[in-house]
Design a binder for this molecule. Structure first.
Ligand code: 5AD
Length: 351
């Protein structure tokens, strides 16, 4: 009879009961075996390379009120900031000088930036650094807006779906936000030929094994190029301040299952993972992750992009941040790849 591990290794979606078994009833040997299988699949596609993207958190203003998020509109205790176009281009310059060829422009849904101003920003980055990939991560927008940004040179888009279950989505967000809308955006982005990243929090309030099982089914169906997952971490100024955070093990198991399900997916070891454990990102890489996103934002704003409490950020300047990352990756037998780091399917297209 096939074991759960066999199914996972074959890249099968696991039903809720099987997930529950592997998450809560397995011993550490089973987990080790799972992480090993995920690492082998990753190595077959990417060797020991870790892709690096420079993350620029350019605004912490947000019009939304997601129950979990520290930069939600009604949190009056956050000190808000916006970076100017010049400041953003300076961040790219520093990243470029340090070898990065992939930038992620991330922000809250901030109406201050018009669709045209973001288009202009993307166009400027791509004009100055034509050999770099630009990823946008600025939330839900219309098909037309996404098209404008794609035509301005954006290569990729990150939009976490947060949960694949509509009822669960409703428990994490105010009713003006719907999973239907979110999924519509993800399919729009796919149809516009972006490399698309979706993702969810592990251990978000009210999440059950059946939801995690649904995540795997959705990922299998949607076939994203990237999947961003990290543990939920409560933030003191949100309605979820008293909720329990997501666990390290559950996050690692989900990373490994995603790697087995989508063998060549781009899978970051996220900042949230690095926040709940001093070696969280290294452990994530050991469970199948193959991307890291060092912060290129100016040092004085990093603490303000406080999605959750104790968010990991060093006071180090970008150059030091990147060399520290390289050192940590080398220490676990990996090496950082300073290139665009496209999804493998894009390279096939170019040939
Ligand atoms: N804990 C962990 N992740 C969070 N995010 C937002 N708030 C939290 C939190 N409290 C994640 C969401 C969002 C991404 C930018 O950060 O998944 O999509």
């Amino acid at each position: 009879m096939k074991t759960i591990l066999d199914l996972a290794k074959a890249g099968e979606c696991l039903p809720a009961e099987a997930l529950e078994d592997i998450l809560y009833r397995s011993n550490s040997d089973t987990h080790r075996e799972l992480f090993q299988a995920a690492s082998e699949v990753k190595a077959a596609h990417f060797g020991n390379g870790i892709y690096v993207r420079g993350l620029i958190e350019f605004t912490n203003y947000c019009k939304n009120n997601c129950f979990y998020c520290g930069i939600r509109a009604s949190n009056k205790t956050v000190e808000r900031y916006r970076l100017s176009k010049e400041q953003i281009l300076d961040c790219c310059f520093l990243g470029y000088q340090n070898g990065l060829r992939s930038f992620v422009l991330q922000g809250g849904e901030d109406p201050y930036y018009s669709a045209d101003s973001i288009a202009d920003l993307v166009f400027s980055v791509k004009s100055l650094y034509p050999d770099c990939a630009v990823t946008l991560s600025v939330g839900e927008h219309s098909f037309e807006t996404y098209r404008l940004w794609k035509n301005s040179g954006a290569d990729r888009y990150l939009l976490r779906h947060e949960t694949a279950d509509p009822i669960h989505y409703g428990r994490l967000h105010p009713s003006v936000l719907t999973l239907k809308k979110r999924m519509g955006c993800l399919y729009d982005l796919k149809s516009l030929d972006y490399q698309v990243g979706c993702g969810f929090m592990v251990g978000s309030p009210y999440q059950e094994p059946k939801h995690l099982a649904k995540e795997l089914l959705f990922l299998k169906e949607f076939q994203p190029h990237m999947v961003g997952i990290g543990p939920f971490i409560p933030h003191k100024d949100t309605p979820f301040r008293e909720k329990t955070g997501g666990s390290l093990t559950t996050t690692l198991v989900m990373l490994a299952l995603i790697r087995l399900l989508l063998p060549d997916v781009l899978l970051p070891a996220t900042t949230a993972l690095g926040t709940i454990h001093p070696h969280g990102r290294e452990l994530g890489i050991g469970a199948g992750a193959n991307v890291c996103m060092p912060n290129l934002s100016p040092e004085n704003v990093r603490a303000k992009y406080s999605l959750y409490n104790n968010k990991l950020h060093s006071g180090a300047e970008s150059a030091a941040e990147i060399s520290e990352l390289a050192r940590r990756m080398n220490a676990i037998g990996c090496s950082i790849v300073l290139g665009r780091g496209d999804h493998p399917s894009m390279n096939l297209r170019k040939e």
